[in-house]
Ligand binder design. Structure first.
Ligand code: HEC
Ligand code: HEC
Length: 292
Protein backbone atom coordinates (compact mmCIF):
# COMPACT_ATOMS: atom_id res chain seq x y z
CA UNK A 1 0.00 0.00 0.00
CA UNK A 2 2.69 2.41 1.12
CA UNK A 3 4.81 1.31 -1.83
CA UNK A 4 2.03 2.01 -4.36
CA UNK A 5 1.56 5.38 -2.71
CA UNK A 6 5.24 6.25 -3.15
CA UNK A 7 5.29 5.11 -6.76
CA UNK A 8 2.15 7.13 -7.51
CA UNK A 9 3.63 10.19 -5.83
CA UNK A 10 6.87 9.79 -7.81
CA UNK A 11 4.89 9.52 -11.03
CA UNK A 12 2.90 12.64 -10.20
CA UNK A 13 6.10 14.51 -9.43
CA UNK A 14 7.66 13.40 -12.69
CA UNK A 15 4.49 14.38 -14.57
CA UNK A 16 4.60 17.85 -13.08
CA UNK A 17 8.20 18.13 -14.34
CA UNK A 18 7.00 17.18 -17.77
CA UNK A 19 9.38 14.22 -17.65
CA UNK A 20 6.92 11.34 -18.05
CA UNK A 21 5.84 12.47 -21.50
CA UNK A 22 8.27 10.09 -23.17
CA UNK A 23 9.04 6.45 -22.31
CA UNK A 24 12.43 5.03 -23.38
CA UNK A 25 10.74 3.22 -26.28
CA UNK A 26 9.14 6.49 -27.43
CA UNK A 27 12.42 8.37 -27.11
CA UNK A 28 14.19 5.60 -29.04
CA UNK A 29 11.53 5.63 -31.76
CA UNK A 30 11.95 9.38 -32.08
CA UNK A 31 15.75 9.21 -32.34
CA UNK A 32 15.86 6.25 -34.73
CA UNK A 33 13.14 7.58 -37.04
CA UNK A 34 14.13 11.25 -37.06
CA UNK A 35 17.63 12.54 -36.42
CA UNK A 36 19.46 9.20 -36.55
CA UNK A 37 17.65 8.05 -39.69
CA UNK A 38 18.79 4.43 -39.28
CA UNK A 39 16.31 3.35 -41.94
CA UNK A 40 17.94 5.61 -44.51
CA UNK A 41 20.60 2.91 -44.71
CA UNK A 42 18.98 -0.14 -43.06
CA UNK A 43 15.51 -0.21 -44.71
CA UNK A 44 14.95 -1.61 -48.20
CA UNK A 45 13.53 0.50 -51.05
CA UNK A 46 11.62 -0.46 -54.16
CA UNK A 47 12.88 0.15 -57.70
CA UNK A 48 11.51 3.71 -57.57
CA UNK A 49 13.52 4.47 -54.43
CA UNK A 50 10.49 4.42 -52.09
CA UNK A 51 10.80 2.75 -48.68
CA UNK A 52 9.00 -0.59 -48.44
CA UNK A 53 7.10 0.19 -45.24
CA UNK A 54 6.37 -3.35 -44.04
CA UNK A 55 10.03 -4.38 -44.43
CA UNK A 56 11.56 -1.57 -42.36
CA UNK A 57 15.02 -2.26 -40.90
CA UNK A 58 15.33 -5.67 -42.57
CA UNK A 59 18.49 -4.79 -44.52
CA UNK A 60 19.13 -1.98 -46.91
CA UNK A 61 21.70 -0.30 -49.06
CA UNK A 62 24.88 -1.90 -50.28
CA UNK A 63 27.86 0.41 -50.12
CA UNK A 64 30.57 -0.34 -52.60
CA UNK A 65 33.07 2.14 -51.26
CA UNK A 66 36.64 0.95 -51.41
CA UNK A 67 38.13 -0.51 -49.28
CA UNK A 68 34.91 -2.35 -48.44
CA UNK A 69 31.65 -3.62 -49.83
CA UNK A 70 29.04 -3.77 -47.06
CA UNK A 71 25.28 -4.06 -46.88
CA UNK A 72 23.38 -2.29 -44.11
CA UNK A 73 22.45 -5.21 -41.87
CA UNK A 74 19.06 -6.65 -40.94
CA UNK A 75 18.53 -4.97 -37.54
CA UNK A 76 15.08 -6.42 -36.87
CA UNK A 77 14.55 -8.84 -33.99
CA UNK A 78 14.83 -11.93 -36.21
CA UNK A 79 16.96 -14.44 -34.27
CA UNK A 80 18.85 -15.91 -37.22
CA UNK A 81 19.20 -13.11 -39.75
CA UNK A 82 18.70 -10.04 -37.54
CA UNK A 83 19.92 -9.01 -34.08
CA UNK A 84 17.27 -10.82 -32.03
CA UNK A 85 19.87 -13.03 -30.34
CA UNK A 86 22.20 -10.16 -29.40
CA UNK A 87 22.22 -8.92 -25.80
CA UNK A 88 21.57 -5.24 -25.07
CA UNK A 89 25.28 -4.79 -24.33
CA UNK A 90 26.18 -6.35 -27.68
CA UNK A 91 23.84 -4.04 -29.59
CA UNK A 92 25.27 -1.04 -27.74
CA UNK A 93 28.79 -2.12 -28.59
CA UNK A 94 27.89 -2.36 -32.29
CA UNK A 95 26.40 1.14 -32.13
CA UNK A 96 29.14 2.98 -30.27
CA UNK A 97 32.24 0.92 -31.08
CA UNK A 98 31.30 -0.59 -34.43
CA UNK A 99 32.10 -4.09 -33.18
CA UNK A 100 30.12 -7.32 -33.60
CA UNK A 101 29.56 -9.80 -30.73
CA UNK A 102 32.14 -12.53 -30.12
CA UNK A 103 29.69 -15.29 -31.09
CA UNK A 104 27.59 -16.25 -34.06
CA UNK A 105 28.03 -15.31 -37.68
CA UNK A 106 31.06 -13.03 -38.33
CA UNK A 107 32.02 -13.18 -34.63
CA UNK A 108 34.29 -10.28 -33.55
CA UNK A 109 34.54 -8.87 -37.09
CA UNK A 110 34.39 -5.06 -36.91
CA UNK A 111 31.61 -3.29 -38.81
CA UNK A 112 32.55 -1.37 -41.96
CA UNK A 113 33.21 2.33 -41.39
CA UNK A 114 29.98 3.32 -43.14
CA UNK A 115 28.15 2.32 -39.92
CA UNK A 116 28.59 5.69 -38.12
CA UNK A 117 29.81 4.42 -34.72
CA UNK A 118 32.37 7.25 -34.58
CA UNK A 119 29.36 9.61 -34.27
CA UNK A 120 27.13 7.35 -32.18
CA UNK A 121 29.78 7.11 -29.48
CA UNK A 122 28.45 10.55 -28.44
CA UNK A 123 25.06 9.06 -27.44
CA UNK A 124 24.19 9.82 -23.84
CA UNK A 125 23.59 6.62 -21.81
CA UNK A 126 19.82 7.25 -21.58
CA UNK A 127 19.57 7.77 -25.34
CA UNK A 128 21.61 4.63 -26.03
CA UNK A 129 19.27 2.67 -23.74
CA UNK A 130 16.29 4.24 -25.53
CA UNK A 131 17.57 3.24 -28.99
CA UNK A 132 18.03 -0.36 -27.85
CA UNK A 133 14.60 -0.40 -26.15
CA UNK A 134 13.01 0.71 -29.41
CA UNK A 135 14.99 -1.78 -31.55
CA UNK A 136 13.58 -4.55 -29.32
CA UNK A 137 10.09 -3.56 -30.52
CA UNK A 138 10.96 -3.87 -34.23
CA UNK A 139 9.11 -6.85 -35.64
CA UNK A 140 11.31 -9.75 -36.74
CA UNK A 141 11.73 -10.07 -40.50
CA UNK A 142 13.73 -12.90 -42.00
CA UNK A 143 16.23 -11.58 -44.54
CA UNK A 144 19.84 -12.64 -44.87
CA UNK A 145 21.97 -9.81 -46.26
CA UNK A 146 25.19 -10.51 -48.13
CA UNK A 147 28.35 -10.78 -46.04
CA UNK A 148 30.65 -7.77 -46.14
CA UNK A 149 33.95 -7.84 -47.99
CA UNK A 150 36.83 -5.87 -46.48
CA UNK A 151 39.96 -5.18 -48.43
CA UNK A 152 41.66 -3.24 -45.64
CA UNK A 153 41.31 -2.97 -41.87
CA UNK A 154 38.30 -0.90 -40.78
CA UNK A 155 39.25 2.67 -39.82
CA UNK A 156 36.83 5.38 -38.63
CA UNK A 157 37.73 9.06 -38.76
CA UNK A 158 37.49 10.55 -35.26
CA UNK A 159 34.75 13.19 -34.93
CA UNK A 160 35.98 15.81 -32.44
CA UNK A 161 32.60 16.56 -30.80
CA UNK A 162 31.90 12.85 -30.32
CA UNK A 163 35.35 12.27 -28.83
CA UNK A 164 34.95 15.24 -26.47
CA UNK A 165 31.53 13.83 -25.54
CA UNK A 166 28.40 15.43 -24.13
CA UNK A 167 26.68 15.26 -20.77
CA UNK A 168 23.08 15.67 -19.70
CA UNK A 169 23.61 19.26 -18.56
CA UNK A 170 24.88 20.19 -22.06
CA UNK A 171 21.44 19.46 -23.47
CA UNK A 172 19.94 22.38 -21.56
CA UNK A 173 22.08 24.71 -23.68
CA UNK A 174 20.50 25.16 -27.15
CA UNK A 175 23.84 25.42 -28.99
CA UNK A 176 25.27 22.33 -27.33
CA UNK A 177 22.00 20.48 -27.86
CA UNK A 178 22.25 21.42 -31.54
CA UNK A 179 25.84 20.16 -31.66
CA UNK A 180 24.71 16.91 -30.02
CA UNK A 181 21.91 16.40 -32.53
CA UNK A 182 24.17 17.17 -35.50
CA UNK A 183 26.69 14.67 -34.08
CA UNK A 184 24.26 11.78 -33.55
CA UNK A 185 22.64 12.68 -36.88
CA UNK A 186 26.10 12.25 -38.47
CA UNK A 187 25.31 15.26 -40.69
CA UNK A 188 28.97 16.11 -41.06
CA UNK A 189 29.90 12.63 -42.28
CA UNK A 190 28.35 13.56 -45.63
CA UNK A 191 28.76 17.33 -45.48
CA UNK A 192 32.51 17.58 -44.68
CA UNK A 193 35.50 17.72 -46.98
CA UNK A 194 36.70 14.25 -47.93
CA UNK A 195 39.75 13.14 -49.79
CA UNK A 196 41.14 9.70 -50.61
CA UNK A 197 38.81 8.02 -48.14
CA UNK A 198 39.52 10.35 -45.21
CA UNK A 199 37.04 12.92 -43.84
CA UNK A 200 38.39 16.27 -42.68
CA UNK A 201 36.22 17.09 -39.66
CA UNK A 202 38.56 19.84 -38.47
CA UNK A 203 39.61 22.03 -41.41
CA UNK A 204 36.76 20.91 -43.69
CA UNK A 205 33.81 20.66 -41.27
CA UNK A 206 30.58 21.24 -43.17
CA UNK A 207 32.46 22.43 -46.26
CA UNK A 208 30.86 19.93 -48.62
CA UNK A 209 32.38 18.74 -51.88
CA UNK A 210 32.13 15.01 -51.26
CA UNK A 211 30.89 13.18 -54.35
CA UNK A 212 28.30 10.39 -54.02
CA UNK A 213 27.67 8.02 -56.94
CA UNK A 214 24.04 7.67 -58.10
CA UNK A 215 22.02 5.19 -56.04
CA UNK A 216 21.61 1.66 -57.32
CA UNK A 217 18.60 1.59 -59.62
CA UNK A 218 18.95 5.27 -60.64
CA UNK A 219 18.19 5.87 -64.32
CA UNK A 220 21.10 5.53 -66.75
CA UNK A 221 23.15 8.73 -66.98
CA UNK A 222 22.16 10.08 -63.52
CA UNK A 223 25.00 12.41 -62.52
CA UNK A 224 26.79 11.92 -59.19
CA UNK A 225 25.63 14.05 -56.25
CA UNK A 226 27.98 16.74 -54.96
CA UNK A 227 27.31 17.37 -51.28
CA UNK A 228 26.66 21.05 -50.52
CA UNK A 229 28.50 23.33 -48.11
CA UNK A 230 26.42 23.89 -44.95
CA UNK A 231 28.84 26.19 -43.13
CA UNK A 232 27.92 29.76 -42.24
CA UNK A 233 29.59 31.08 -45.42
CA UNK A 234 27.20 33.71 -46.92
CA UNK A 235 27.45 32.56 -50.55
CA UNK A 236 29.15 29.14 -50.64
CA UNK A 237 27.26 27.93 -47.57
CA UNK A 238 23.92 28.64 -45.92
CA UNK A 239 24.99 31.75 -43.97
CA UNK A 240 22.53 34.03 -45.76
CA UNK A 241 19.58 31.60 -45.58
CA UNK A 242 16.90 32.41 -43.04
CA UNK A 243 16.21 29.95 -40.21
CA UNK A 244 12.91 29.04 -41.90
CA UNK A 245 14.70 28.32 -45.21
CA UNK A 246 17.18 26.01 -43.51
CA UNK A 247 14.41 24.20 -41.61
CA UNK A 248 12.41 23.83 -44.81
CA UNK A 249 15.41 22.34 -46.66
CA UNK A 250 16.19 19.91 -43.82
CA UNK A 251 12.60 18.73 -43.36
CA UNK A 252 11.14 19.00 -46.88
CA UNK A 253 14.18 18.45 -49.11
CA UNK A 254 13.78 21.70 -51.02
CA UNK A 255 16.64 24.21 -51.22
CA UNK A 256 16.17 27.98 -50.92
CA UNK A 257 16.07 28.31 -54.71
CA UNK A 258 13.36 25.63 -55.00
CA UNK A 259 15.76 22.89 -56.13
CA UNK A 260 14.77 19.42 -54.81
CA UNK A 261 17.53 17.89 -52.68
CA UNK A 262 18.85 14.55 -53.83
CA UNK A 263 19.31 11.40 -51.78
CA UNK A 264 20.89 10.37 -49.50
CA UNK A 265 19.84 13.62 -47.70
CA UNK A 266 17.43 12.12 -45.14
CA UNK A 267 14.78 14.86 -45.08
CA UNK A 268 11.95 12.29 -44.96
CA UNK A 269 13.26 11.33 -41.51
CA UNK A 270 14.17 14.84 -40.39
CA UNK A 271 10.57 15.89 -41.15
CA UNK A 272 9.57 14.39 -37.80
CA UNK A 273 12.08 16.41 -35.75
CA UNK A 274 10.45 18.63 -33.12
CA UNK A 275 10.54 22.36 -33.81
CA UNK A 276 12.76 22.93 -30.78
CA UNK A 277 15.30 20.32 -31.96
CA UNK A 278 15.26 21.94 -35.42
CA UNK A 279 15.81 25.39 -33.91
CA UNK A 280 18.83 24.08 -31.96
CA UNK A 281 20.28 22.38 -35.06
CA UNK A 282 20.01 25.66 -36.99
CA UNK A 283 21.55 27.59 -34.07
CA UNK A 284 24.51 25.19 -34.09
CA UNK A 285 24.93 25.31 -37.90
CA UNK A 286 25.21 29.12 -37.63
CA UNK A 287 28.38 28.57 -35.58
CA UNK A 288 30.14 26.24 -38.04
CA UNK A 289 33.10 28.32 -39.29
CA UNK A 290 32.50 29.62 -42.82
CA UNK A 291 34.39 27.81 -45.58
CA UNK A 292 34.51 29.01 -49.20
C1 HEC B 1 25.22 5.49 -43.30
C2 HEC B 1 24.52 4.22 -43.25
C3 HEC B 1 24.12 3.67 -41.89
C4 HEC B 1 23.40 4.29 -40.90
C5 HEC B 1 22.84 5.71 -40.89
C6 HEC B 1 23.25 3.33 -39.84
N1 HEC B 1 23.87 2.16 -40.17
FE1 HEC B 1 23.94 0.49 -39.02
N2 HEC B 1 25.14 -0.42 -40.42
C7 HEC B 1 25.43 0.09 -41.67
C8 HEC B 1 26.17 -0.90 -42.42
C9 HEC B 1 26.67 -0.74 -43.84
C10 HEC B 1 26.31 -2.03 -41.59
C11 HEC B 1 27.03 -3.35 -41.90
C12 HEC B 1 28.50 -3.17 -41.82
C13 HEC B 1 29.27 -4.43 -42.11
O1 HEC B 1 28.69 -5.44 -42.53
O2 HEC B 1 30.48 -4.39 -41.92
C14 HEC B 1 25.65 -1.68 -40.34
C15 HEC B 1 25.57 -2.54 -39.24
C16 HEC B 1 24.78 -2.32 -38.12
C17 HEC B 1 24.61 -3.25 -37.02
C18 HEC B 1 25.28 -4.62 -36.91
C19 HEC B 1 24.31 -5.68 -37.35
C20 HEC B 1 24.94 -6.95 -37.84
O3 HEC B 1 24.21 -7.95 -37.97
O4 HEC B 1 26.14 -6.98 -38.12
C21 HEC B 1 23.72 -2.69 -36.15
C22 HEC B 1 23.20 -3.28 -34.84
C23 HEC B 1 23.34 -1.40 -36.69
N3 HEC B 1 24.02 -1.21 -37.88
C24 HEC B 1 22.41 -0.56 -36.13
C25 HEC B 1 22.14 0.74 -36.59
C26 HEC B 1 21.25 1.66 -35.93
C27 HEC B 1 20.41 1.34 -34.70
C28 HEC B 1 21.32 2.83 -36.63
C29 HEC B 1 20.68 4.15 -36.30
C30 HEC B 1 20.86 4.62 -34.92
C31 HEC B 1 22.24 2.62 -37.73
N4 HEC B 1 22.70 1.34 -37.67
C32 HEC B 1 22.54 3.57 -38.68
C33 HEC B 1 25.09 1.34 -42.14
C34 HEC B 1 24.41 2.32 -41.42
C1 HEC C 1 23.89 10.59 -46.00
C2 HEC C 1 24.42 11.89 -46.38
C3 HEC C 1 23.80 13.10 -45.73
C4 HEC C 1 23.53 13.30 -44.39
C5 HEC C 1 23.74 12.34 -43.23
C6 HEC C 1 23.00 14.63 -44.28
N1 HEC C 1 22.95 15.23 -45.49
FE1 HEC C 1 22.31 17.15 -45.86
N2 HEC C 1 22.51 16.82 -47.86
C7 HEC C 1 22.94 15.64 -48.44
C8 HEC C 1 22.70 15.72 -49.87
C9 HEC C 1 22.99 14.61 -50.87
C10 HEC C 1 22.11 16.98 -50.12
C11 HEC C 1 21.58 17.51 -51.43
C12 HEC C 1 22.55 17.59 -52.56
C13 HEC C 1 21.89 18.00 -53.85
O1 HEC C 1 20.67 17.91 -54.00
O2 HEC C 1 22.62 18.42 -54.74
C14 HEC C 1 22.03 17.66 -48.83
C15 HEC C 1 21.55 18.95 -48.65
C16 HEC C 1 21.47 19.62 -47.44
C17 HEC C 1 21.08 21.00 -47.26
C18 HEC C 1 20.75 21.99 -48.39
C19 HEC C 1 21.99 22.80 -48.72
C20 HEC C 1 22.01 23.38 -50.11
O3 HEC C 1 22.84 24.27 -50.35
O4 HEC C 1 21.24 22.96 -50.98
C21 HEC C 1 21.11 21.27 -45.92
C22 HEC C 1 20.80 22.59 -45.23
C23 HEC C 1 21.51 20.05 -45.26
N3 HEC C 1 21.72 19.07 -46.20
C24 HEC C 1 21.66 19.90 -43.89
C25 HEC C 1 21.86 18.68 -43.26
C26 HEC C 1 21.75 18.47 -41.84
C27 HEC C 1 21.46 19.54 -40.81
C28 HEC C 1 21.98 17.14 -41.61
C29 HEC C 1 21.90 16.37 -40.32
C30 HEC C 1 20.67 16.52 -39.57
C31 HEC C 1 22.26 16.54 -42.91
N4 HEC C 1 22.17 17.49 -43.88
C32 HEC C 1 22.60 15.19 -43.07
C33 HEC C 1 23.49 14.55 -47.78
C34 HEC C 1 23.42 14.33 -46.41
Amino acid sequence: MLRTGIVAAAMLLAASNGATAETPVERGAYLVNSIMACGNCHSPRDAGGRLISDKAFSGGLTFNTPPFIATAANITQDIETGIGSWSDAEIKRALVEGMRPDHGHLASVPLAAIMPANFYKALLPDDLDAVVAYLRTVKAIRNQVADPVYKAPVRRDPYPDADAGFNKADLANPLKRGAYLVTIGHCMECHSAWSRGVSDFRGGLGGGGRVFPPRDGSPEGTPPTIIPNITAHPTAGIGSWTDAEIVHAVTHGVARDGRPLKPPMAYGYYASLTSSDLADIVAYLRTVPALP
